[in-house]
Design a protein around this ligand. Structure first.
Ligand code: ADP
Ligand code: MG
Length: 323
């Protein structure tokens, strides 16, 4: 049972950034308006995620770390299939299986908060604690008990960059939440949380992107497109500043990327790329989407409406800019 637990955890928790992604999503689900993410040594030795959301009631704390019972987890072969089906309700259980976890939390109605310790899936403490309403998760020594997984980790800076990207994407999908990111004690991101996407874009990308920011707002065939684009500049030699969000989630979509670049045709130059933060809102009844919550790469059953909405949305924005 213990080995199966570790294997399952490995499927969900690949690297520090996967932990940050799950915990950050939980803060949004909890209705937080301010979220602070801290990492040390690329997140491998230390991660802390603090939110001012609804908190977890004392009696629910141990339950939050329980893996949903599944009949599918009977062999390692099966696990690879489950990987494509997702792990709803399994994030905390998985994280707690492969790290030392400390949780501090309090709901609005509780006088005392809860401090809960769990390591390698074993509860170590559950006691009263004075704390503000909301939740703090501290993770120490990720993969301390799975050395094989530990070996696959890249350099601290690479792992740290992956977590930074996760927080950037969260900040860009939720401008109404103030996000802070601290790396080895240094604050590298602070969004205002005032609901204005532009201010999140400024905070995340700074001047490099925001030189000549062009707003996009468009709708075609049940696909809404909005956000910002920026023309190619010499200082942007790759596509790392192209960000697409589908119904509020960061995604990679080849179709959206090609559509956006096609619309720039004429202003494109070799070795220079446009940047974008584009949100797509898709009416699921109008466009059949084959997308799973745990997957970043997405394909649409019918790519055409996505292509056309992005293409014409960007084209229209560029024409208005030039007019
Ligand atoms: P899921 O998010 O799919 O429900 P998780 O394992 O990520 O599963 O979390 C388990 C449960 O723990 C959540 O359903 C929620 O009730 C609670 N929880 C986790 N993080 C937070 C948080 N930051 N604030 C409030 N509740 C939380
Ligand atoms: Mg979750």
């Amino acid at each position: 049972k213990h080995v199966a637990e570790l294997i399952a955890a490995g499927e969900v928790v690949e690297r520090p950034a996967s932990v940050i992604k799950e915990l950050t999503e939980n803060t949004i689900d909890a209705g937080a308006t301010a979220v602070t993410v801290e990492i040390k040594h690329g997140g491998i030795t230390f991660m802390r995620v603090t939110d001012n959301g609804c908190g977890i009631a004392r009696e629910d704390v141990p339950l939050a770390f329980l893996r949903h019972a599944t009949s599918k987890v009977s062999s390692q072969e099966d696990l690879s299939h489950i990987g494509t089906l997702g792990f709803r309700g399994e994030a905390l259980a998985s994280i707690a299986a492969v790290a030392h976890v400390e949780l501090l939390t309090r709901t609005e109605g509780e006088l005392a908060g809860t401090r809960y310790l769990i390591s390698g899936g074993e509860e170590e403490a559950c006691e009263d604690a004075g704390c503000a309403q909301g939740t703090t998760f501290v993770m120490r020594d990720l993969f301390y008990n799975t050395p094989a997984r530990m070996k696959f980790l890249k350099k601290d800076v690479t792992e740290g960059n992956a977590s930074a990207a996760v927080v950037d994407h969260a900040a860009l999908s939720h401008p109404e939440v103030a996000f802070r990111f601290l790396r080895d004690g240094k604050e590298t991101l602070h969004t205002p949380g005032d609901g204005k996407l532009k201010n999140s874009v400024f905070a995340v990308f700074g001047r490099e992107f925001t030189q000549g920011l062009i707003p996009v707002k468009y709708e075609l065939n049940g696909v809404k497109v909005w956000g910002y684009i920026s023309k190619p500049v010499a200082s942007r030699p790759n596509r790392s500043m192209q960000n697409f969000f589908l119904n509020g989630r960061y995604v990679k979509s080849k179709t959206a990327m090609v559509a956006m670049e096609e619309a720039f045709k004429g202003s494109l130059m070799v070795g220079r790329f446009p940047a974008c933060v584009l949100h797509l809102q898709v009416d699921f009844s109008a466009v059949d989407v084959n997308v799973h919550p745990s997957k970043i790469e997405i394909r649409f059953m019918n790519e055409k409406p996505i292509f056309e909405a992005v293409y014409h949305g960007v084209k229209t924005a560029l024409q208005q800019e030039d007019a």
